[in-house]
Design a protein around this ligand. Sequence first.
Ligand SMILES: NC(=O)C1=CN([C@@H]2O[C@H](COP(=O)(O)OP(=O)(O)OC[C@H]3O[C@@H](n4cnc5c(N)ncnc54)[C@H](OP(=O)(O)O)[C@@H]3O)[C@@H](O)[C@H]2O)C=CC1
Ligand SMILES: O=C1O[C@H](COP(=O)(O)O)[C@@H](O)[C@H](O)[C@H]1O
Length: 491
Amino acid sequence: MSNELQPKVVIVIFGATGDLAKRKLFPSIYRLYQSGKISENFAVVGLARRPWTDEILRENVANSIKEAVSPNEDLEEFISHFYYQSFDVTDDSSYSGLHALINELEGAYQTEENRVFYLAMAPEFFGTIANKLQEYGLKDFAGWSRLVIEKPFGTDLKSARKLNKQLRAAFDEEQIYRIDHYLGKEMVQNIEVIRFANGIFEHLWNNRFISNVQVTSSETLGVEERARYYDTSGATRDMVQNHMLQMVALLAMEPPIKLTTDEIRSEKIKVLRALRPIDPKEIDNFFVRGQYGVGKIDGETVPAYLDEDDELENSNTETFVAGKLLIDNYRWAGVPFYIRTGKRLAEKSTKIVIEFKDIPMNLYYKKDKDRHPNLLIINIQPNEGITLCLNAKKSGSGSLAEPIQLAYNHNEVPGINTPEAYEKLLYDCMIGDATNFTHWDEVALSWKFVDTIINEWSNNTADFPNYRSGSMGPDAADELLAKDGFHWWSI
Ligand SMILES: NC(=O)C1=CN([C@@H]2O[C@H](COP(=O)(O)OP(=O)(O)OC[C@H]3O[C@@H](n4cnc5c(N)ncnc54)[C@H](OP(=O)(O)O)[C@@H]3O)[C@@H](O)[C@H]2O)C=CC1
Ligand SMILES: O=C1O[C@H](COP(=O)(O)O)[C@@H](O)[C@H](O)[C@H]1O
């Protein structure tokens, strides 16, 4: 592997004792090491307040890797690259100590003064950390410096702007990598390839041939240990503002003139600009909110959202959102993009269904209601793949048709070991490829769109709970499509 693709780097993780570092970051860095994408020229500095030592951090790193992947005999060597510093991000004295440690590691590991600062911390600290990194001269060296920012990026457009201003006072836009982990998923990345590398789809990819698009991301888990965060967020901020709108942008964008970061981002931005704003008076015609009640998941009774934590007792927070988006441009005028996401739903699955328009006269089905439109299904997770639903002659005599499926399951291809989203994104960041990170303009436009919905809902108390755990959300989500003559495809 060339040096360019095998980055030399010191990765500084703010929040190294936290959940994200443990579950996602440590295993991802290990997988990059296992696959040779990083070699011996790297070191990781873990920062958090608790008084850990290098040894305690290394033990935690090893345990988290053992839980996530099967380690090789290289695990000991790998964890020896990890160093810990007890660090309070609000305390100035911590930053000078960090400076000294990074300098020492850059000498020892020959990392050419390349630095990734990964903020795996509560968002209220993002601005402070960026500012201190600048103030203490930690980011201006001979190599490159990149700042990775976790979600949530603000809680509305106003707060996102404020945060962005703070970050931009210290880092250039090109140095800021805003993570949306859905953009690291194999099949989300595949959307562009499926569209732009296949003549049979791209020619049909418009309002003349597509009747509607459906994007569903359902979870069986409830709010888990994150009640405090989630209750101030809700499904709209947690999933719609970022992951759902990013998938819509990839589905709807024009072909970029080149496969470069700027060109792809610029096409996605145009889609977000073309989203028809929701008129608050019309919100019920376009968006449905829900909150889960008691129900059964995998045969086990699970509590209602309101009973998950004492703090949630009178919560008006939505754990489910369904919406109809209209993209006012030449390609998509008149085609609804339906989105749906929620917690405690019937299955854990993320799926995109492209429903094609019916042919003008179908001779092969006896009744209208028997017709089966052609569907292209992009399975994002858990089974990665694509399915094309067609009609073919029913076997035996006569000439009636029946629906058939052509399916490609990515997970069943021998030798394919799909990298985790975080692994890919971390690597992209280290090689300076920001394509699958969100540009500020995308973040701002997404907030602008969802702010109207959030404001309207926060001013009106809903009649919650309104869906059973283990179902697919409130009935109103089905009615949203039914009134347009469609239904959610459960394939
Ligand atoms: N967990 C997940 O799956 C996901 C998380 N995220 C985002 O990632 C970020 C981190 O989340 P998560 O890991 O779950 O959070 P945790 O609460 O588990 O971890 C927070 C970390 O911050 C450290 N910390 C808190 N205050 C300070 C301080 N003043 N100085 C230094 N360190 C401090 C804590 O360690 P200590 O107490 O030792 O100081 C801990 O390491 C958040 O922005 C979250 O929204 C995004 C997507 C998924
Ligand atoms: O960002 C988030 O995503 C997860 C769902 O991610 P997935 O990769 O498991 O589909 C969601 O559970 C969480 O609430 C949200 O913050």
